[in-house]
Structure formats: C-alpha cells, structure tokens
Design a protein around this ligand. Structure first.
Ligand SMILES: [Fe+2]
Ligand SMILES: [Fe+2]
Length: 185
C-alpha cells in the first residue's frame, strides 16, 4: 500500500511506501527508537552528546562553587543567580543523558575524565567579578559548541537537534545574565 497524495500543480509529491516502512519497523527491533530514517551518524552524535554532558556537569560544579563562595556587598542576588544556573545546567545534563540512552548509548559520568572532555573549563574564580567573568566565558564556549553541534546534526536527528536548540537558548540567557552582572559590577 502506498500512501501517495497527488500534489497541487507545481508542488512536490508526498510519497511514502508504507509497506516498506512496516517491514523496516520489524527489522532491528533491538535498536529501539533508531529506525531506518535516522540518518545521523549515531556514534558521532553519542560522542558529541557525551562531551556536552561533561560540559554541563563541569558547569554545575563551577556554578555551585561560585554560589557558595560568593561574598561581598552585592553577593546575595548574584549567589542566587549562580544557584539557579547550577540547577538549569543539571537539567541540561539530565536531558542529554536521557537522550544518550534513547539513542542506545551510555552516558559517561566518569569524574576522572570530566574536565578533559568538557568544552568549558572549571575555573574556581577568586572574587565575585572574577567568578562572573569566568561564567560568562564558559557560557560563550557552550553557546558556540552547541551551535556547532546543531549545525552538524542538521536534519539527521530532529529530536536531538531540538533538545540542543532548547539548551542553546538557555545558555544564551545565562550569558546575558552574566554580561548584565558584569556591567553592573
Ligand atoms: Fe547548560
Ligand atoms: Fe549555562
């Protein structure tokens, strides 16, 4: 059975071989959500996601450190902002780890290799100004690396791309927040 709809003049036809789709769906059941139409390179996507997971985990730890070390006259609202960002980075790590499993991979939480795999660095920061600056740098690194991943994935894996796009939007908010704080300080 083919579910082909005749297009309006000048438009592209929608063609779908349902029989083939049904047959393919029965093959490779062990691959779960990875079906015939998944055109991304799964191993590369898993590697990218595990590096992103490492980045998010390092960001959680850096923001946590900054939250607890924030002192001085303007510290309170800034410390609260650091805590919020730490929570949001953890949510990103959770989304990424969940997607890795959906793709049939294993999330790498190994602390031994975390900083080596992370795009952003763990900079402890000394004073408040320094911490905010280092967080802004890390956010800008995250923004660029997510943008590159999104571009690479393209149409091959729409769900992973959409997740990364949502994370990217939050990283842009984070960078804005840090830039605002830097200007105020
Ligand atoms: Fe994040
Ligand atoms: Fe962030």
């Amino acid at each position: 059975m083919d579910s082909n709809v005749k297009p309006q003049q000048g438009r592209r036809a929608f063609e779908m071989d349902v029989k083939a789709i049904r047959a393919n769906a029965r093959n490779n059941l062990d691959k779960g959500a990875i079906t015939e139409t998944y055109t991304a390179d799964r191993d590369t996507v898993l590697k990218l996601l595990n590096d992103a997971l490492a980045t998010e985990l390092v960001c959680v730890m850096r923001y946590k450190r900054h939250h607890y070390m924030a002192t001085g006259i303007h510290a309170e609202p800034v410390a609260a902002e650091f805590a919020l960002h730490a929570d949001q980075e953890m949510q990103h790590a959770d989304s990424i780890a969940g997607r890795i499993v959906e793709l049939g991979g294993e999330p790498d939480f190994s602390p031994d290799t975390l900083t080596a795999r992370s795009h952003a660095e763990y900079v402890p920061g000394t004073d408040l100004h320094d911490m905010i600056k280092e967080d802004l740098v890390a956010e800008r690194i995250a923004i660029d690396s997510y943008r590159k991943m999104i571009k690479y994935i393209g149409d091959g894996d729409a769900t992973t791309r959409r997740m990364l796009e949502e994370i990217l939007a939050v990283e842009e908010e984070h960078a804005n927040d840090m830039a605002d704080l830097l200007q105020r300080g």
